[in-house]
Design a protein around this ligand. Structure first.
Ligand code: CMX
Length: 133
């Protein structure tokens, strides 16, 4: 894994949190994107080399809605940039981690993604991200 690609934060209201993060980071949101397959609306910020993704649920049965019900707003996942997501998924499977999807999925911000179950990663949901070239 190369580096942290972004940190995902679950929020109740994308509009309210966008406004808050613009004030907090002193920079404008550079992209908003709906990811239908994940039932989320997302908003992205860059601050220096770092990236933050805000996630709001678009359906009551989405992973984000469940997370907000159970834990409330806060850090939802940490995403790592990888060069080859297929190889990295194979490596993690061999290491005994539980992958939440069989194949990479198309995620927000031009990425192929795969999630790793938090039960095997000290309670932190991990996402693999490969730039779609
Ligand atoms: N971080 C840490 N722990 C989490 C978590 C998260 N984001 N989401 C759920 N959990 C915990 C639950 O609280 C639960 O803990 P306990 O066993 O202590 O109660 C445990 O994980 C298992 O939960 P579960 O009831 O078996 O499963 P859930 O229905 O809550 O689903 C998860 C959990 C991670 C499998 C599911 O959310 C998932 O598949 N996530 C991947 C997809 C995703 O998160 N999509 C939204 C983001 C999309 C994007 O970034 O674009």
């Amino acid at each position: 894994m190369n580096k942290i690609e972004h940190i995902g934060i679950a929020v109740n209201s994308l509009d309210a949190s966008c406004e808050l993060y613009e004030r907090l980071l002193g920079t404008a949101c550079y992209k908003k994107e709906n990811v239908e397959s994940e039932a989320v609306n997302t908003a992205f910020f860059k601050t220096g080399i770092n990236k933050i993704e805000l996630l709001a649920a678009t359906s009551t049965d989405s992973a984000i809605a469940k997370f907000l019900d159970k834990k409330g707003e806060g850090i939802h996942h940490i995403a790592f940039d990888v060069d080859d997501i297929i190889l990295e998924m194979e490596r993690l499977r061999t290491e005994g981690f539980v992958l939440l999807n069989e194949k990479p999925k198309k995620g927000a911000d031009n990425k192929l993604i795969c999630f790793v179950h938090p039960k095997n990663t000290n309670g932190v949901l991990i996402e693999l991200c490969q730039e779609i070239r």
